[in-house]
Design a protein around this ligand. Structure first.
Ligand SMILES: Nc1nc2c(ncn2[C@@H]2O[C@H](COP(=O)(O)OP(=O)(O)OP(=O)(O)O)[C@@H](O)[C@H]2O)c(=O)[nH]1
Ligand SMILES: [Mg+2]
Length: 315
């Protein structure tokens, strides 16, 4: 562990400890408290535990490279892997993310799924694919949603008999240098998550409201869907094709960002072996976020819908 990450972990754990302790001292529930009030306090307490860590990280010049020295992939052993890169208006990032992915994982193939980006991302993707045989491009008519894009990518991978499928954002929030580590764990696991919220993980340049929304989302996923993983909502994940086949992605009901949560939820219910590895998530430096209020509302609705379908035994 680097000294930076050591300091951060110590800070995180100490801050959490102090906040939890003060939470217990000043907010310890009494017998007269209602369940709702206790739940509400617990939620506040959990958020306050993480807040100092986040505030600290947001202003801290941190390394954005993978911390662990990662073994170079052994080409002979490596399973046939497809990296899915969904894009919508990522013209400033595409060339860069392509370069970094091919640098980190030379033997992998890349599928760029572009939803008719008005900024010409699709054309740039075609240019890249023309000069590199490892790259393919899927063009879709318009912005049909992240979930349906990745679903199309899963079908593409299954049809072409890829053994591993990795999803990564195009905005360089997910550092491709973690890919070899994720792939090397796939012999033991069915799903590997690049996680911001475990020890040594973190984020850089995220606004505090955005961070709190993300933490709150993961907290609610734990409470509503019983998800045990610390970071369920991220899009940096590696799956075995076998798992994706087992889940049957055609049954997935979430078209937007919540898609990744639903896949994970279904994977856990299907008995998948899941591993989280720490990543440093870097807020996009170029381009705009596609996460709008409509997506956020759709997200919440889908989570409750998943819970409901589970309760009535239809999932
Ligand atoms: N094909 C396709 N890709 C999409 C769509 N919406 C988002 N994306 C891509 O999905 C990835 C994640 O989207 P972002 O806008 O970065 O969402 P985010 O990471 O939650 O938001 P930021 O933190 O603001 O970057 C990026 O590579 C986007 O270009 C879509 O409707 N279709
Ligand atoms: Mg992003």
């Amino acid at each position: 562990m680097s000294s930076d990450s050591l300091i951060l972990s110590v800070f995180y754990n100490d801050a959490s400890f102090i906040f939890v302790l003060s939470g217990f001292i000043y907010q310890s529930p009494s017998r007269n408290d209602s369940i709702t009030s206790i739940r509400y306090r617990t939620l506040l307490m959990e958020l306050s535990c993480r807040a100092p860590y986040l505030i600290f990280l947001n202003g801290f010049p941190m390394k954005t490279q993978a911390k662990n020295s990662v073994p170079v992939l052994n080409k002979k052993k490596q399973r046939k892997t497809l990296i899915i890169v969904p894009t919508y208006n990522e013209i400033e990032n595409l060339e860069n993310v392509y370069g970094q992915i091919t640098n980190a994982a030379k033997a992998c193939h890349i599928l760029i799924i572009d939803d008719g980006s008005p900024d010409g991302t699709g054309k740039l993707a075609d240019k890249i694919a023309k000069k590199d045989k490892r790259v393919e491009v899927m063009h879709r008519a318009g912005k049909l949603g992240l979930g349906t894009a990745v679903t199309a990518g899963f079908h593409f991978a299954l049809d072409r008999r890829y053994e591993l499928i990795l999803t990564i954002d195009a905005d360089l929030s997910h550092n491709p240098s973690y890919i070899p580590q994720m792939i090397s764990l796939m012999d033991e696991y069915d799903l590997v998550i690049g996680s911001r919220y475990i020890r040594d993980g973190g984020m850089v340049n995220w606004s505090l409201p955005r961070l709190l929304i993300s933490l709150f989302t993961n907290y609610m996923l734990k409470k509503i869907l019983g998800m045990e993983m610390k970071d369920c909502s991220g899009g940096f994940k590696c799956y075995t094709a076998e798992l994706i086949r087992k889940i049957n992605v055609d049954r997935v009901i979430s078209p937007g960002y919540v898609f990744y949560v639903e896949i994970l939820y279904r994977a856990v219910r299907a008995g998948a072996r899941v591993k989280e590895i720490p990543i440093i998530f870097v807020n996009r430096r170029q381009g705009k976020s596609k996460l709008h209020i409509r997506e956020v509302i759709g997200y919440a609705v889908s989570v409750f819908r998943l819970r409901w379908l589970t309760l009535i035994g239809r999932l």
